[in-house]
Design a binder for this molecule. Structure first.
Ligand code: NI
Length: 188
């Protein structure tokens, strides 16, 4: 397994519509293992393929550290979502603080629906359907956004975004000290 460098804030790959995954392969399985290792190494709870520079419809999630802390729901362990589709959103809009491994040290409250139902393929390409709430729902919605080129900053007000401007500049200029490997910025 290997830790992959994470692309950061202004990288165009984070703004692309990701491609459908068409087939299972040894390469894909290895990528999934590497994405888990990369996520755990950076203490993340979710990582989408575009964040390691691959514009494909795949993300990995493990919210157990959060749910243990909050005694919220049952631990579900590591989960792989291939070609996910959120087919239902329900419940109240809830505000929760989010961060993103591609936008280090920037956090803000984002409002999203409480509950979702998602259909997807697991890593063995079996069709699955999951109803989630709490942190799991939150993390899935955040990662799902990455497959559409959407970042959590897109959900906050222009006013709030301005408050993060200097931090975002630092990321863009490669001036931020980050405790995990990131893609070096071109021209820096
Ligand atoms: Ni993210």
């Amino acid at each position: 397994m290997a830790i992959l460098p994470i692309v950061t804030y202004n990288d165009p790959v984070l703004r692309q519509d990701a491609e459908t995954v068409n087939e299972n392969s040894e390469e894909l399985q290895q990528l999934i293992d590497n994405m888990f290792e990369t996520m755990y190494n950076s203490n993340g709870v979710g990582l989408a393929a575009p964040q390691i520079g691959k514009s494909i419809r795949l993300f990995v999630v493990d919210t157990d550290v959060m749910t243990e802390e909050l005694e919220e729901e049952d631990d579900v362990g590591p989960m792989v979502f291939i070609n996910p589709e959120i087919i239902m959103m329900d419940g109240n809009e809830i505000r929760l603080e989010e961060g993103c491994l591609s936008i280090p040290e920037v956090r803000d409250e984002v409002s999203r629906p409480e509950m979702i139902e998602v259909s997807y393929l697991d890593r063995d390409f079996n069709k699955q359907r999951l109803r989630a709430e709490g942190w799991l729902s939150r993390v899935i919605q955040h990662e799902y956004d990455h497959l559409k080129g959407v970042l959590f900053l897109d959900h906050i007000s222009a006013f709030r975004r301005r408050l993060h401007r200097s931090a975002l500049r630092k990321i863009e200029n490669g001036k931020l000290e980050i405790s995990y490997p990131v893609v070096p910025k071109a021209g820096v």
